[in-house]
Design a protein around this ligand. Structure first.
Ligand SMILES: [Zn+2]
Length: 190
């Protein structure tokens, strides 16, 4: 039978785990809200810059004088702001376990292979550990085969690049095989 102390310690442990989970969740929400506030601020600045650009364009067309430099400066600022906004939105999506479709801007879950709005195919994520292993293997082979001339090094490097490029495909293949193995045998007929 458990003594009081051990029960109490279990309770504390459980409370600690719950508190940790909660604070992680809170940190995530805090990050997300910080990002949202920055994104909104940038959007407002972009809107202001667009108005400024409109006024400059109007002035350039209706009045004499070359305003090309001023117009280009504002366009440049808007482009930079849009880049920052895209970065923040990508971070925000990441926090929410999502990614942004590069073609249409739709948000999908990180695991998605296709965009459910435009059908964009996402690249398989690179399995860094597997790529590292493949690179290591290639280096070992190069050492064994005593690669010395420039030509041999170039060939070996090309082979290495090809081998490492196969890693995501291999990982996908293995995942499919694993899924097939764990899948139940054919459904019994009703
Ligand atoms: Zn899309």
């Amino acid at each position: 039978m458990k003594n009081f102390d051990s029960i109490l310690s279990d309770v504390f442990d459980n409370a600690k785990t719950a508190a940790n989970a909660l604070s992680k969740q809170a940190a995530k929400l805090y990050d997300a809200s910080k990002h949202k506030i920055s994104a909104e601020a940038i959007k407002r600045t972009i809107a202001k810059k667009l108005i400024e650009l409109g006024k400059l364009t109007y002035k350039a067309i209706t009045q004499e004088g070359d305003l090309a430099d001023e117009i280009n400066a504002v366009v440049g600022e808007i482009t930079e702001l849009k880049k920052s906004l895209a970065t923040i939105e990508a971070n925000l999506a990441d926090i929410n376990n999502q990614k942004i479709c590069p073609d249409c801007g739709n948000k999908v879950t990180k695991e998605s292979v296709f965009c459910n709005t435009c059908g964009h195919k996402f690249e398989a994520p690179v399995d860094e550990e597997a790529a590292e292993e493949a690179a290591q293997k290639v280096v070992e082979e190069m050492n064994e085969e005593d690669v010395t001339t420039d030509e041999e090094i170039v060939v070996a490097a090309q082979e290495a690049a090809e081998e490492i490029a196969q890693v995501p495909a291999k990982a996908a293949e293995e995942a499919t095989e694993a899924a097939e193995e764990t899948a139940p045998a054919e459904e019994p007929e009703a």
